[in-house]
Design a binder for this molecule. Structure first.
Ligand code: ATP
Ligand code: MG
Length: 405
């Protein structure tokens, strides 16, 4: 182990700054400023209420200057859920001079165990007198002399990152992966049909990751079912709202629609008809809110209602695009994502979903449009849709950051 150099103690109160990188949005040409504004606003909103010194954009990076009393872990935890962030690092923030950078390295080296290393220098602005290669060489020699470790370009035990941005230099050893994707609010709004299950929260997450703001609709059969399914959906949304901070939830009573379908349509077609009514009602809601597309958690062949034939019959009930981001995913992949985003443990809790009511023993897997339209002949579609919409309620759900892993 290295001995702690005497002068290192002088910089124990080092200034720290979180440096945030965003790769993909820098590809967006003249939209770049617009994307960056969204990202900065989203980040500010995400860490609102937590102590930090300042936030600014500079040299293609976002910099959050910390204070001694900043809750670094909490801030980092929240930042890893902001879409548009490629990666971030908690860096020592010093003057952009070789002397100051070396002092910072002395401090970092004393806290890092390594037998091999490399220096990775990037210049965010080009005003530093040495180029990246020269900085790498000089700092490499310095660290080698100080630590006795060997320089390795591939698979080094430690990488010391040095970023030169205007008058400041940022030095750090670990890069934390960000959530990727595009900043929330840059992709328009979509309406997600959210059950209490595993799949639809993951589908919503996928659209959020591409920059969409997701609005939600949940259909419930209260009073035939308990209020549990609604509470479950709220719990899921408190987790999903960590990614977009506020979620609008429409709760639509579905019992009347179900009663009529059960009374007038052949049992094997019930589930397909439930779904056709769901997309019709969702479409109306979406139009009122100027939302352009619907999202569901369907995955091809997963259950009887998700065969190609039934998906086709369901989609035919709406003129709106229906996005199904999980269509080609295996259940294992969906579960893995649900665990990562934190919704899985809630989704697997038992509840009474509206669609678990009156489910036929042998549901049709190969419905045709002709068949379902015939089955709906006895139903007053417009009246049922309008009456469900009239009874619908709406609420706003805020994030729960308390239990983040
Ligand atoms: P999930 O895990 O999302 O519930 P699932 O595999 O259980 O999906 P289904 O129950 O057939 O599949 O539902 C397919 C999709 O229909 C769901 O992913 C969701 O988008 C929508 N959906 C189902 N039930 C409801 C509901 N009660 N409210 C809103 N949307 C629903
Ligand atoms: Mg379900």
């Amino acid at each position: 182990m290295l001995e702690r150099p005497a002068h290192a103690t002088k910089i124990t109160c080092v200034k720290k700054t979180i440096i945030i990188h965003y790769h993909e949005i820098s590809l967006k040409g003249h939209n770049r400023g617009w994307f960056e504004n969204h990202l900065q606003q989203n980040i500010a909103a995400t860490i609102k209420g937590l102590t930090y010194e300042s936030m600014r954009r500079f040299g293609g990076r976002l910099l959050i200057e910390l204070r001694q009393d900043s809750p670094v872990e909490e801030i980092v935890g929240r930042l890893t859920r902001v879409f548009g962030v490629a990666n971030l690092a908690v860096a020592v923030d010093v003057d952009a001079s070789m002397e100051a950078i070396k002092s910072a390295l002395v401090e970092l080296i004393s806290q890092t165990r390594f037998g091999s290393f490399r220096i990775d220098t990037r210049r965010g602005t080009k005003d530093f007198p040495l180029n990246s290669q020269q900085v790498n060489q000089q700092l490499g020699a310095f660290v080698q002399q100080l630590s006795g470790a060997e320089v390795r370009m591939e698979n080094a035990d430690a990488v010391f990152f040095v970023e030169l941005v205007g008058p400041r230099a940022f030095i750090y050893v670990s890069k934390i992966p960000g959530a990727g994707g595009l900043p929330s609010g840059t992709g328009g709004r979509v309406l997600c049909l959210l059950s209490g299950g595993i799949d639809s929260p993951v589908a919503a997450f996928r659209l959020m990751r591409r920059g969409c703001r997701v609005v939600y609709v949940h259909f419930h059969s209260f009073p035939h079912t308990t209020l549990e399914s609604q509470e479950k959906v709220r719990s899921i949304l408190r987790i999903l709202s960590r990614f977009q901070l506020q979620s609008q939830l429409h709760l639509v009573p579905f019992a009347e629609v179900q009663r009529e379908i059960v009374a007038y349509a052949p049992p094997p077609l019930r589930v397909v008809l439930y779904r056709r009514f769901m997309v019709r009602i969702a479409e109306e809601l979406a139009r009122k809110e100027k939302i352009l597309a619907l999202v569901t958690g369907d995955s091809l062949g997963q259950v009887a209602s998700q065969t190609l034939e039934n998906i086709t019959s369901i989609t035919a009930a709406t003129a709106m695009p229906v996005f199904r981001p999980l269509i080609g995913d295996d259940k294992e992949e969906i579960i893995r994502t649900a665990r990562q985003i934190g919704t899985y443990d809630i989704s697997i809790l038992a509840d009474q979903d509206c669609c678990s009511l009156f489910v036929p023993r042998h549901p049709e897997t190969m419905s045709s449009l002709e068949q379902v339209e015939k089955a709906e002949e006895g139903l007053d579609i417009q009246r049922l849709v309008q009456s469900a919409l009239q009874e619908a309620t709406r609420e706003t759900i805020f994030p729960d950051f308390s239990s983040q892993g």
